[in-house]
Write a protein that binds this ligand. Structure first.
Ligand code: PLP
Length: 381
């Protein structure tokens, strides 16, 4: 990937291919063509590279352009919490009103482990005549929850009742799935395709988050709204990096390190890191809610008795104090998940911390060693 970027920057400019100049606003041709080929195969429909794809400055800008293009002040946006914090800030900057629906932690019947579940009655109750957007994220940050085909079908059924609603489906972790294949809501039916903007990015898939190359795919009438906002924001995205991502996407389809393609290798690569960190958390007395996708694990920290002065810091919620303690005293940084909730539901995060396993094995091993110190602070069973 890095070589493709270097080669693109160093190409001799000529009149046909000015790779160091502004790109076409909606996306450099080699990238939109490559994306159209990739997603036409996945979606089993012919995606038009010129009208049904927008390349953006990462998934973050794709999200922002979609919201700016679609929201008016006072519109309502339904988000499923915990939600990637950017959704909440961007919707608020558009003057929209957030309608959060929290996932619930539910115990499995067979093995008593926990998983994240969406209550469809709660979701349905959040919709009103003012709802303009539903934002979903699968695999989800921070929980690693993946929406199954049947859950997505239930979401699509609710959306079908509200003709003004558009779905934004953030799928940046689409290639990091460990138990079941990823399903895009846009592939369920022609009706839901017509109502959905699907967002992804090269950042997570190729470990190049600093490049900020993302995209948005959907029917022309919705992509156009985002493309117009994009025209007045960055206007255009780094041409050589788009060229390099096009090349990476083509190479990714080929055999890689004894796997059918790069994506199969990637899922395997992260799957063993997921297993390692889950075991390390378990050993430390932090119960992981095993993620189905992505590279984060939310762990239940309720067995830890926080020492002073962290325990009595009433200026922040428990998850903040706990993550501060973990970082300063244990030497492992975790994210307090209340930052993925609005004011209304943030106390639901009190007993959780988000850990990341997108790290070299040596770093994970050192983290596992340090985390064992948490055992000294566990409640007696
Ligand atoms: C769910 C989700 N969406 C979007 C992004 C941002 O992607 P990008 O770096 O391509 O802007 C992130 C980054 O952490 C993310 O977790």
């Amino acid at each position: 990937v890095s070589e493709a970027a270097a080669a693109a920057v160093l190409q001799q400019n000529n009149l046909d291919f000015m790779v160091n100049q502004y790109a076409r606003s909606a996306g450099h041709l080699s990238l939109v063509n490559t994306l159209a080929t990739k997603y036409s195969a996945l979606y089993k429909r012919k995606i038009n590279p010129l009208t049904e794809i927008l390349v953006a400055d990462g998934a973050s800008e794709a999200l922002a352009t979609a919201m700016l293009g679609l929201l008016n002040e006072g519109d309502e946006v339904v988000v499923i919490e915990p939600a990637f914090d950017i959704y909440i800030a961007q919707a608020e900057m558009c003057g929209a009103v957030l309608k959060p629906v929290p996932l619930r932690v539910v115990k499995n019947n067979n093995d008593n482990r926990a998983h994240w579940a969406l209550d469809f009655k709660e979701l349905e109750a959040a919709f009103t005549s003012k709802t303009r957007l539903l934002i979903i994220n699968t695999p989800q940050n921070p929980t690693g929850k993946m929406f199954s085909r049947s859950e997505l079908a239930q979401i699509a059924e609710i959306v079908a009742k509200w003709p003004q609603v558009v779905v934004i489906s953030d799928e940046v972790y689409e290639h990091m799935t460990y138990d079941e294949p990823h399903v895009s809501i846009a592939t369920l039916s022609e009706e839901i395709w017509q109502r959905t903007l699907t967002i992804s990015s090269a950042g997570k898939t190729f470990s190049i988050t600093g490049w900020k190359i993302g995209w948005l795919i959907g029917p022309e009438h919705l992509v156009r709204c985002a493309a117009i906002a994009h025209q007045w924001l960055p206007f255009s995205v780094a041409t050589p990096l788009q060229e390099a991502v096009a090349s990476a996407l083509q190479t990714a389809e080929k055999k890689y390190e004894n796997h059918n393609n790069y994506y199969d290798w990637l899922a395997k690569f992260y799957s063993s890191k997921r297993e390692f960190l889950c075991k390390a958390l378990e050993a430390a007395g932090i119960t992981p809610i095993i993620p189905e996708g992505g590279f984060f694990i939310v762990g239940d920290t309720s067995r830890i008795i926080l020492p002073e002065p962290y325990a009595s810091d009433s200026s922040v919620t428990r998850d903040w104090s706990l993550c501060r303690w973990l970082t300063k005293e244990i030497g492992v940084a975790a994210i307090p998940p209340s930052s993925f909730y609005g004011e209304k539901n943030k106390l639901q995060a009190a007993n959780y911390a988000r850990f990341a396993f997108c790290k070299p094995d040596e770093v994970l091993e050192e983290a596992a060693r340090r985390l064992l110190k948490c055992r000294e602070f566990l409640k007696k069973e």
